[in-house]
Design a protein around this ligand. Structure first.
Ligand code: DOR
Ligand code: ZN
Length: 453
């Protein structure tokens, strides 16, 4: 029309076959401001377009609620392959993800047996079929350099543990680590490292409190491991898990690599309590370090957030403190806790979306995490007025406890997964539509002979 500004080119309206099948209406963060938006999805549940208004076959209006992308959690321990007495499995873990607004989880390889051989990883992938409430991607264990290439045909990424932990008794030595870095680099998949150097651990006196545990595995153990790895690191997609010190985070960023921080390190501190439920590796740090870490997160210095969901039964968390298992559950509470931080004015919504939704998905090569065309329609509707207190009784978590009992949280009012609702107000309402996925950039591995061992 002469004299009228041409609207943004809208291919979908010009080609009727591309008209959205479903439209979700609400408000969203656009260019730093909360604005009314409508998100159009195609028949596969992918985002076709985002605009102020559009027509579509069916419409769901979320009113004043905030529409945001669902999260990708790079770091969960679903304890697969799960036996009858396992505290978690693919089904229970991914239901918690759905409720907590997470639509893809990275399952760590320290199960029993560990995912350290291609046949074990294949079996793990097969176990996932029909059980997943959201998508999952599988880590292979970086333990034997000669197995990396075969594992890479199934794995989405690799995990290297530098210290003994649940399911890992003998981590690789320094020369083997260098070979592992090279092999993972060669196959082109991401590598996540648990960086704590056991040479800096103190075994005595036996830890009885959270402060003791912080002293037993001190911040220097992390800082030294990070420095050593950065010196040895070839140019690969290297990512440091659950960092707790701002010094190591700055070093990692300066070297051009990636890292994550976990909600328990952001929100909980070590102290005189003999509370083995909050015993975790790396340990909770003293309050001063915790608040420094939170400030760095708030100011956008830490690229990603990941739960490090590591549930244990109440019995293995029982006293004595020094014998209790390490690890805390946190998959369903990660986003709700931080949405409550946003509501309290301590955190920007944009920072939360970048660290929990956009960057982890991008790093793992998954087409989700932003409300943009071609991304999966995995969308949360958040009502910032719906505050709750976290209570283990109401969480869908088989372990039956949480280190965040009583803390304020905002659970997504609705979780839409590829266009369909899978959770609403803390309840899982979906069907098992999740799949095992790999990064879009994963190249098919070179032909290899399968190792026998
Ligand atoms: O506290 C931890 N628990 N740290 C780890 O590295 C492993 C995890 C687990 O799997 O229980
Ligand atoms: Zn972990």
């Amino acid at each position: 029309m002469p004299g009228r500004r041409r609207p943004e080119r809208d291919d979908a309206s010009e080609r009727p076959s591309l008209a959205p099948e479903r439209v979700l209406a609400g408000r969203s963060l656009v260019h730093g401001r909360i604005q009314a938006v409508e998100v159009g999805l195609d028949s596969d549940g992918r985002i076709l377009r985002v605009a102020k208004q559009m027509r579509g076959a069916s419409r769901r209006d979320f009113g004043e609620m905030i529409l945001m992308p669902s999260a990708t959690d790079l770091h969960v321990h679903l304890r697969e392959p799960a036996s009858a007495d396992s505290i978690e499995n693919f089904a229970s873990g991914t239901e918690q993800a759905a409720v907590g607004g997470v639509s893809a989880v990275g399952e760590m390889p320290n199960g029993s047996p560990p995912a350290d051989r291609v046949d074990r990883l294949e079996a793990k992938r097969d176990r996932a079929r029909g059980r997943l409430a959201v998508d999952a991607f599988l880590y292979g264990l970086a333990s034997h350099p000669e197995r990396i290439s075969s594992l890479a045909s199934i794995a989405a990424a690799f995990k290297l543990f530098e210290c003994p932990t649940t399911g890992i008794d003998e981590p690789p030595d320094a020369p083997t680590r260098v070979q592992l870095l090279q092999e993972v680099d060669r196959v082109g998949l991401p590598l996540v490292v648990h960086a704590e150097d056991p040479a800096f651990f103190r075994a005595t006196p036996a830890a009885e409190t959270l402060s003791d545990w912080n002293r037993a595995r001190p911040p220097e153990a992390e800082e030294r491991a990070v420095t050593e790895l950065l010196q040895a690191a070839p140019p690969l997609r290297l990512h440091f898990a659950h960092l707790t010190t701002v010094a190591s985070i700055r070093r990692v960023r300066q070297a051009g690599f990636s890292c994550e921080v976990s909600p328990h390190h952001l929100l909980l501190a070590a102290g005189p309590a003999a509370d083995a439920r909050r015993k975790v590796n790396p340990p909770l740090r003293a309050e001063e370090m915790r608040s420094e870490l939170y400030e760095a997160f708030r100011h956008g210095e830490i690229p990603m957030l990941a739960s490090d969901h590591a549930p244990h039964s109440a019995s293995v968390k029982a006293p004595p403190f020094d014998r209790a298992a390490s690890g805390v559950p946190g998959l369903s509470t990660m986003l709700p806790l931080l949405l409550a931080e946003v509501r309290a004015g301590r955190l920007d919504l944009g920072t939360l979306i970048a660290t929990a939704c956009d960057r982890p998905a991008r790093w793992m090569g998954l087409p989700q995490g932003r409300l943009v065309p071609r991304h999966a329609g995995r969308i949360l509707a958040v009502d910032f007025r719906q505050r709750t207190e976290i209570s283990a009784r109401r969480l869908p978590a088989p372990c039956g406890w949480t280190p965040f009992e009583g803390r304020e949280a905002i659970f997504p009012a609705y979780h839409i997964f590829d266009g369909n609702e899978i959770a609403s107000a803390g309840q899982y309402t979906g069907s098992r539509v999740g799949r095992v996925v790999r990064p879009e950039f994963a190249r098919p591995p070179a032909p290899h002979a399968r190792p026998s061992g």
